[in-house]
Design a protein around this ligand. Structure first.
Ligand code: KIV
Length: 263
């Protein structure tokens, strides 16, 4: 058995930060897993970053099943978590059970992630957990609510909004979530929630004090043309790939292209 949800709780108790990254295909999942990432999230950022949509809303459950199966084939050790896409769990508990059940049965992912902490979602988290489906919660900037927020805006910036997010996080822990993503909220709120909860918090744009951090992998690699303000590139793969492609193109066009030295 690789990384488990129980192990992530132990990591928090032991003060060992949790490393989370996104992947949507076999190759990237294999690289991240072999590099020692703890959790691989098949995030619905897939819709925007890899499929070119303006929001995450168009993604279907079939899309997520397809990509999660590919990721799972590349992973030996990390915990694989699959995002439930927009309107595959919000309609009713029964719909959420059906969608999450398909994810675990058909892909081999060990957990699902869903967005929001309002009362109906708490019931959903409770019922999924009771059915043996581990749930990663997600509060703060929840991109599936982009139209309600009026854009991909920072959340929890007023005392009232911060208190609401804190209460949602506490309620999601009580409902049974094994972990919670905190997205694009002030760092002091990230710290406050991380101190209050016993389950691990995973931050993205939520300051350095969360129990773990998640980045969208193409942002870490400097591959995306546009990056959110909290993204932190560790290299510039877009430039590196462009240079490699231009070198190859020049060799082909100038008839200098020879066989690989390994051929
Ligand atoms: O879809 C995604 O990649 C996510 C992360 C940003 C947490 O939900």
């Amino acid at each position: 058995m690789g990384v488990t949800t129980q192990q992530l709780s132990r990591f928090k108790r032991d003060g060992r930060p949790i490393v989370v990254l996104t992947a949507w295909d076999f190759l990237m999942a294999q690289v991240l897993d072999r590099a020692g990432v703890d959790v691989i999230l098949v995030g619905d950022s897939l819709a925007m970053v890899a499929l070119g949509h303006e929001t995450t809303l168009p993604l279907t459950l079939e899309d997520m099943l397809h990509h999660t199966k590919a990721v799972r084939r590349g992973v030996k050790n990390a915990l694989v978590v699959c995002d439930l896409p927009f309107m595959t769990y919000q309609e009713s508990v029964a719909q959420a059970m059906h969608s999450a059940g398909r994810v675990l049965k058909e892909t081999g992912a060990q957990a699902v992630k869903l967005e929001g902490g309002h009362p109906a979602m708490l019931e959903t988290v409770e019922r999924l957990t009771q059915a043996g489906i581990p749930v990663m919660a997600h509060v703060g900037l929840t991109p599936q609510s982009v139209h309600q927020f009026g854009g991909f805006r920072k959340q929890g910036t007023t005392a009232e909004a911060a208190e609401r997010i804190l209460q949602e996080a506490i309620a999601l822990e009580s409902a049974g979530a094994f972990s919670i993503v905190l997205e694009h909220i002030p760092a002091d709120l990230g710290l406050q929630i991380s101190q209050k909860l016993t389950i691990p918090t995973i931050g993205i744009g939520a300051g350095p004090h969360c129990d773990g951090q998640v980045l969208v992998t193409p942002d870490l690699l400097g591959l995306s043309e546009w990056q959110p303000p909290f993204a932190k590139p560790y290299t510039n793969l877009r430039d590196i790939i462009t240079q490699a492609v231009q070198t190859y193109a020049a060799e082909v066009r100038e008839q200098r292209f020879g066989d690989s030295p390994n051929a």
